[in-house]
Design a protein around this ligand. Structure first.
Ligand code: 13P
Length: 335
């Protein structure tokens, strides 16, 4: 089993490629549609995903796409299930399996991710629907006294339990402890919280005997808070991020993919490029690439506006976004 899992992980981490996160819940997708007055219906969400998945040549830069429960059950206008459609293009379909968050006991400000109830049943159904990998996201907030140890521990414990179950189902887990960009914290503090978060996660992962070679870490970059007023260069961000990874991520983990977390597409691309270049110089043991949602999709959604006549133009933009980001995943991006 670990071999088969490692094989899937290696395919997801293929050189010059990354992962598209298209696993926004219906609510999140609708919020993005709202911005452009796009109708919030299952059919419009289906058309949006079809626009993305059928863009020519994206398989050159995408190894996988993460889907949401609604999307893995939807089909192209020609009646091909999306998971099958992507697989036929050489793109591995994956699925988000966490189910929102609940308040951390005795805390008003922190949350813990839900989704362990009935998980193994859902995993075997998703495997039958064609999924090859899964994703679980936890949210870590930086604040005056945050995150608490309890928040880090409880989220890490649940994440490790999920990862074990996913591996048993033959699906590669992508563990995503997202340290939020929101706040007034410095780059240094972000690096410290990222290190603590990842240490807590891998402590629980190892306790639960999850195979490190058969999982992928999805991480935030270390970044100054969006209300800090601190300006950090791509080089400083790369240094801080890699410092956290070298302190906390075991070398047996085959790869680390980034979320974009509210950075602009340009920031997310330039910084990824810098991190990858620096990781090579420092002989980092992991393959590093992207698993972006907003940084890949935002300009495309804006161009589409829910209007059939804009599909072609939107696809052009998506193709270009994938190409640029894929270049950055090899440290070859020039703006
Ligand atoms: P962003 O790239 O928009 O942060 O989304 C990535 C993701 O998968 C969040 O769960």
């Amino acid at each position: 089993m670990p071999h088969a899992l490692n094989d899937i992980a290696q395919r997801l981490l293929a050189p010059g490629k990354g992962i598209l996160a298209a696993d926004e819940s219906m609510g999140t997708c609708d919020k993005r549609f709202d911005k452009y007055g796009i109708q919030k219906t299952p059919e419009m969400r289906r058309q949006w995903r079809e626009l993305l998945f059928s863009t020519p040549e994206i398989e050159k830069g995408l190894s996988g796409v993460i889907l949401f429960d609604e999307t893995i059950r939807q089909k192209t206008k020609d009646g091909v299930p999306f998971a099958k459609f992507l697989a036929a293009r050489g793109i591995l379909p994956g699925i988000k399996v966490d189910q929102k968050t609940e308040p951390l006991p005795d805390s008003f400000q922190e949350e813990v991710t839900k989704g362990l109830d009935g998980l193994s049943t859902r995993l075997s159904e998703y495997a039958k629907l064609g999924a090859k990998f899964t994703k679980w996201r936890a949210v870590i907030r930086i604040g005056d006294k945050l995150p608490t140890k309890q928040c880090l521990h409880e989220n890490a414990k649940r994440m490790a339990e999920y990862a074990g179950e996913s591996q048993i189902a033959g699906l590669v887990p992508i563990i995503e402890p997202e340290v939020l960009l929101h706040g007034t914290h410095s780059l240094l503090r972000s690096e410290k919280v990222l290190t603590e978060t990842l240490s807590a996660v891998f402590q629980e992962i190892q306790k639960a005997k999850v195979a490190l070679s058969g999982l992928i870490l999805k991480s935030s970059m270390a970044l100054p808070g969006n209300e800090s007023g601190e300006k950090a260069s791509a080089k400083q961000i790369a240094e801080a991020t890699l410092h956290a990874f070298f302190s906390a991520v075991p070398s047996e983990v085959p790869g680390i993919v980034f979320l974009s977390g509210g950075q602009t597409p340009e920031e997310a691309t330039v910084r990824l490029n810098e991190i990858v270049k620096m990781a090579k110089e420092q002989n980092a043991p992991w393959r590093i690439t992207f698993s972006y949602s907003r940084a890949l999709q935002d300009p495309v959604l804006k161009a589409w506006h829910g209007d059939e006549k804009n599909v072609q133009a939107a696809r052009e933009i998506f193709k270009e976004r994938v190409e640029e980001t894929a270049k950055a995943s090899e440290g070859r991006y020039t703006d």
